[in-house]
Design a protein around this ligand. Structure first.
Ligand code: A2P
Length: 345
């Protein structure tokens, strides 16, 4: 068996730490690991698989020693600079950032949806945006059978998607409320906000990533463009509203789809039940539907509230929840590494 070497870049961040936990669970045939972060946390220690590792500062020479694979979760700027350096040394980078997703030379991969794209990589494979990943896992089998004509996304996204600073903003809001019982924190005067423009505690913010000239946020355009690329439908009509909500982890999405073909609801539900990566939880008689706290810690995409949209022909509504840090980022990247390993052994 080959002696695979894996680097994790951004190992001290929210996604990086989840990646380490999943690597411990999965026990892949990897013999050597290295963990990189910024200068800030270089020298700190990480316990991994019963061993203590020193976090190294990421530099232009970090990849000189030759890695087989690297998982990057340290933001777009770090990926833009260092992923090409890593791949020029023969390392295949699985990149969690937005840096290369829409690059025609970079496959954008969700292993349940388009694993065949992995072999087209030229040294970098992009992991899609978290909210896109869970949506396409559910949509792909439906598109194969009924052909999607249009999608309307509305998301309810957890603060963990905004990294450690996002989590701290919610924690600080809760702490402030516990001290003051003041729910109406309308400005950041009461405590310092690290990530969001307004308190995320007790608010829903229709604003994820930056606003663009077309009035949409970058997150909304990521969902639109990435879904088109992954489903191989470059002109598919899609619209999206993405909202940050005061939930620590796991994104929830309301997805409205219009199909070309008519469908039978029972058959459609059976397709979802038998498709990879999906768990259907849909029993409203017993008040069962997917919720964020249930999705956290698992790799499945939970789907429920599956019902016909009677306002259009061949319309469908469903609710889709997944752990944005696991399936939306770390697990998806590690599944790609697993496929790369099996293609290499
Ligand atoms: P560090 O711990 O040194 O700040 P999150 O998204 O949870 O905030 O985590 C971001 C991750 O990306 C962290 O591991 C962080 O390391 C890392 N990171 C941020 N900037 C850089 C950089 N310029 N070079 C390497 N790693 C970086």
């Amino acid at each position: 068996m080959k002696n695979f070497k894996l680097a994790v870049v951004g190992a001290t961040g929210v996604v990086g730490r989840a990646a380490l936990q999943i690597l411990e669970e999965k026990k892949l045939p990897i013999r050597e690991y290295s963990f990189f972060a910024s200068k800030r946390s270089a020298g700190s220690k990480i316990n991994f698989m019963g061993k203590s590792y020193i976090v190294q500062e990421l530099t232009e020479h970090s990849f000189d020693e030759g890695f087989d694979f690297a998982i990057f979760s340290a933001g777009g700027e770090t990926s833009k600079k260092y992923a090409p350096i890593a791949s020029s040394h023969g390392c295949i980078v699985v990149d969690n950032s937005n840096a290369f997703r829409m690059d025609n030379n970079v496959p954008l991969v969700v292993p349940e949806v388009n694993p065949e794209e992995i072999k087209n990589n030229k040294g970098i494979i992009a992991n899609p945006n978290c909210s896109t990943i869970q949506a396409v896992v559910a949509l792909k089998p439906l598109d194969d059978k009924y052909h999607i004509k249009r999608i309307v996304y509305s998301t309810y996204q957890a603060v963990s998607g905004a990294g450690r600073d996002g989590i701290e903003d919610l924690e600080n809001g809760i702490n402030h409320f516990q001290k003051t019982s003041n729910v109406n924190i309308v400005s950041s005067e009461n405590y310092k906000l690290k990530k969001f423009p307004y308190p995320i505690f007790n608010n829903c913010l229709p604003h994820i990533d930056v606003f663009l000239d077309n009035g949409y946020t970058k997150e909304e355009m990521k969902m639109i463009n990435e879904t088109r690329k992954i489903l191989g439908k470059p002109n598919l009509p899609i619209t999206a509203t993405t909202v940050r909500v005061p939930v620590f982890n796991s994104h929830s999405e309301s997805i409205n789809v219009e199909f070309e073909n008519n469908y039978n609801l029972d058959e459609l539900i059976n397709i979802l039940k038998n498709s990879p990566g999906i768990k259907v939880i849909d029993d409203v008689t017993h008040i069962k539907y997917p919720i964020a706290t249930q999705a956290t810690g698992q790799d499945s995409v939970l789907v429920g509230r599956i019902r016909r949209d009677y306002s259009i022909q061949n319309g469908l509504n469903f609710w889709c929840v997944a752990d944005n840090i696991r399936k939306g980022a770390a697990s998806n990247a590690i599944q790609i590494v697993e496929k790369l390993i099996s293609n290499n052994t």
